[in-house]
Design a protein around this ligand. Sequence first.
Ligand code: PNW
Length: 497
Amino acid sequence: MLGFRLLVAAALAVYGCAAQNASLDFPEDFMFGVATAAYQIEGAWNVSGKRESIWDDFTHEHPDWIADGSNGDVACDSYHKLDVDLEMLQDLGVDFYRFSFAWSRILPEGHTDQINPDGISYYNRLIDGLLAAGIQPVATMYHWDLPSPLQDLGGWPNSFTADFFVQYARVLFENFGDRVKWWITFNEPKEVTRGYGENDKAPRINTHGIGEYLSAHTILLAHARTYHMYDEEFRATQQGRVSITLNQDFCIPKDDSEENKDAADRCNQFELGWFAHPIYSQEGDYPEVMRTRIDENSAAEGRPFSRLPYFTSAQVEYIKGTFDFFGLNHYSTRLAEDGLAGENPSRKRDGGYATSFDPSWPTSASDWLVVYPEGIRLIVNWINATYGDVPILITESGFSDLGELNDTGRQDYYREYLRQLSLAINEDGINVIGYTAWSLMDNFEWLDGYTARFGLYYVDFEDDDRPRTAKGSAELYKQIVASHQVPEAESTAAWGW
Ligand code: PNW
């Protein structure tokens, strides 16, 4: 039976190639890439002038907060293994590589009075190596690793942190903007705010209900100022694109009731609209539903002003439209229902919804990640319907397991998610311009340490040399990148969905 199936599949593949050339799953100019982030791969945490970030402090002071007590001191040692990383990227044949700059490698104290030449030269070698291989750099300025001295000044809830960020961004444009044409100011600001509102991100200061909103406010202004600085001083000569990456595991109603439909909408507004509405909507500012609920809750708590800060009308105008594309990280989907969850007060509780998973959805090695391929089609449609026809770049998407080389779960994930994405493009007409697999290789997965693995390449963290080995998913991705088609195959994972 299996033999017969394979024969049929092979015959279809040959026929399919000829017949489908005219209708590829992905347009010819669609871009495929892979992503990493500095703290998760570089290691060399105190080498060549680099100083501490909040993630160095977090992991060093509290190994008990990390699943396996580990940290990013060495990680994949990419600081010393740049050439190996470049070879893997070339082998995959990707159009772009999304990486992040470590702020404290470039500006050891966070401030521009001291620029670290070794930091600049590391990223120059990376960028030049990518360009020599025909791979576009897609650079994230901030992937969660705030220089510790800036946390000592209060971190993101302190509005002056925006000033320091803009100065840092200027150093990046000045040093790398001649060659980097795709810029992402912040990776997942919602997750950054968790460092001030939940217990699962550095710096783990739980000022829930207040700190999250203040951090978001600073980040939105820092993003907008960076965008305008590029417009005014760099765009004419450098001709690149600047945007932000927002993450959302899409919320769908738990059932057809009106309360739960409203709850799902609130979930998407309180999590994605929080950042997307000020930047991408026609009217700008925070979503109305956030403004109303948080103002009301704050008043009921007897506060003289709202826990959700206000933008001036000039700031609303200033933030609106500060994008050249929509960077979206999407992994999973949740069911939303009306109800109160989270600490009092907190963003979660203000939102008035609770989320869960359908028990039939396949799980992963991460407690927040379940497999629901239609979710990616639904969310790009939602973005298009809510914010208009903005080009969407999927800046992360991927699946975690415990580290198999024959990673059938991950292969199924990519096949199914990419099939759904191609339907969004071809059937729904959504303007999706690229897809990024998280991640190039296994790396330091934050609170999960090295236990949950997302890589297309396996990394042996027991070996000082950190050897990398291609998994089955690397072969699959390579094939998809080269053909712009998702191969027909049955799901092979144990769950067989
Ligand atoms: C992203 N969630 O984080 C980050 O950008 C990466 O650094 C990270 O390694 C990757 O996804 C996998 O976790 C997320 O809870 C963290 O929904 C949490 C969630 C989503 C993404």
